[in-house]
Design a protein around this ligand. Structure first.
Ligand code: GDG
Length: 484
């Protein structure tokens, strides 16, 4: 951090600090040849907005451009603290260790994790920089909430610098079982890094249990239910906080006249099918897109689905395109869709309409509103928000959700048509049942799903985490305040 930015941070001590890989803003063209910041849409920003405003919040994160140093700045009521990353760090810390090592390892090794010491070194160095920037901006006794797998070392690094802080951490992806986690050459450092937090939040109880089991068996720490006691006597909690969505906000977008009109138009554009299937995912190998489309292709080939009457719309948002595994997946899905449409499509319409693009939120809401069946088939997923978004948009209590058992959401959305994505027959059966079930059954299931999503929304998630953090006794450590 430059001397000027340290000064700027000191003049903005924040009582509440969010630390995430990315800042909640993107740079976009301002129309006049320059650029301007724009809020990056996302559940986390929406959920934390009131807390950020009430408590003089600051957000520490990368601003998205490599090799660019930016001083902290205020935007729309937030104090934003950009962390600089070099192009090599983006390659080694972000694309490398975060997305080439941790992401596949934490998702049940559905792709092969790569272990490189230079990637680890970059991850360590970048985590150190995030911890330093946070230590500079946090006010005396502030609450800090660190997000996700890119920053697992930050809690401990921050505690060493600022023992007066209350530190929470939330992992958005699964935490793997010990048998897989122990592959990681830096497993001890990661666990110790996380243990710097007062509360470590996971998407599911299973993730929290995997973590406490590792503390007990590998680090020989004392654990009692969700509490892990460190050799220093300090204790940390590992607990599930299933994340959710802004259900009311999305529902009102879905019910707007413009969305309803667009939904009807979409169905017309797709040839007025009797049944419309929908998939929406980042193009990621964890999401089971290939498996899902293969199963659907078989339904068409078997004659169970008639492509003249049924349409499948698959949105695959471009993601991590510089990572090798993602390039391969993109080619594989392209080829599969080409093959299915070439073999089974009709002159009037393809069996699968495949869109490799990203869309505005309102267009997604129109897709959810238009679809009769939403198909969510990850091989492993921390939570999965798409299924919750679909449910939030079904205010007529119609529609059916096909959901993989391997998502965090499966623990909550028990009334979905559950499938095992590794079992192609199970997927075919789930999709067929969802398509053909009685209206009564579908409504009964959808009502239960909606109750769950609306009573456990993103506000409830943020509030329960932050309330638990606030209820802990104040940090025992001597106070030090922001350091220059
Ligand atoms: C991680 C965990 C966990 C998708 N395409 C477009 C678009 N989206 C939006 C969806 C949804 C979000 O992206 C995807 O959320 P998911 O939960 O499905 O998946 P990840 O990105 O993998 O997220 C996951 C999540 O963190 C939260 O903790 O649930 O398990 O992997 O909101 O709507 N949004 C727009 N255009 C698109 O084209 N606007």
């Amino acid at each position: 951090m430059s001397a000027e930015s340290a000064e700027a941070a000191e003049s903005h001590p924040a009582d509440f600090v969010v630390v995430a890989n990315r800042l909640p803003v993107d740079r976009a063209s301002d129309g006049g040849g320059g650029t301007a910041w724009r809020t990056a849409p996302g559940g986390l920003v929406t959920a934390l907005e009131p807390v950020m405003r009430d408590r003089q919040g600051a957000w520490v994160g990368w601003h998205g451009a490599p090799d660019e140093a930016l001083d902290p700045f205020d935007y729309d009521g937030y104090h934003l603290v950009p962390v600089q990353l070099s192009a090599q760090e983006v390659e080694e810390y972000y694309e490398g260790f975060s997305n080439g090592t941790l992401w596949p390892l934490y998702h049940d090794v559905v792709a092969k994790p790569e272990y490189h010491r230079e990637w680890w070194d970059a991850y360590h160095a970048v985590n150190e920089r995030f911890a330093e920037a946070t230590a500079q901006v946090a006010a005396q006794g502030a609450t800090v909430w660190v997000q996700d797998y890119q920053l697992q070392l930050v809690p401990q690094m921050l505690r060493q610098r600022r023992p007066d802080l209350r530190i929470g951490y939330f992992l958005h992806i699964p935490f793997p079982p010990i048998e897989l986690f122990q592959q990681l050459p830096w497993r001890r450092q990661i666990i110790e890094g996380l243990l710097g937090a007062d509360i470590i939040g996971f998407q599911t109880p299973g993730g929290a249990q995997n973590f406490t089991r590792i503390c007990r068996h590998r680090l020989k720490m004392e654990t009692h239910r969700e509490v892990v006691t460190l050799p220093t006597g300090r204790s940390t909690r590992a607990k599930a906080y299933p994340i959710s969505i802004d259900a009311k906000g999305l529902e009102s977008l879905a019910q707007s006249q413009a969305t309803l009109e667009r939904a009807a138009e979409l169905r017309r554009e797709l040839g007025d099918p009797e049944v419309l299937f929908l998939g929406v995912d980042r193009l990621d190998y964890t999401k089971g897109i290939y498996h899902r489309l293969r199963a659907y292709g078989e339904l068409v080939a078997d004659g169970i689905v008639d492509p003249r009457k049924v349409a499948f719309l698959q949105v695959a948002t471009p993601s991590r395109e510089r990572v090798e595994e993602y390039k391969r997946l993109r080619d594989e899905v392209n080829m599969l869709v080409g093959r299915i449409n070439g073999d089974l499509g009709d002159v009037r319409r393809p069996a699968i309409t495949y869109l490799h693009a990203s869309f505005p939120r309102a267009e997604l809401a129109a897709m959810y509103t238009a679809a009769d069946v939403c198909v969510v088939t990850p091989l492993r997923d921390g939570m999965n928000l798409v299924c919750k978004e679909y449910v939030a948009c079904r205010s007529n209590t119609d529609g059916a959700l096909v959901l993989s058992e391997f998502t965090g959401a499966a623990g909550e959305l028990r009334q979905a048509y559950m499938i095992n994505p590794y079992d192609i027959n199970s997927m075919k059966h789930g999709m067929t049942l969802a398509m053909n079930d009685t209206v009564q059954n579908k409504r009964r299931r959808m009502r239960a799903l909606r109750r769950q999503v609306f009573t456990h929304d993103i506000d409830a998630w943020a509030t329960s985490f932050l309330d638990d953090l606030a209820a802990l006794p104040p940090a025992q450590a001597p106070s030090s305040g922001p350091q220059a």
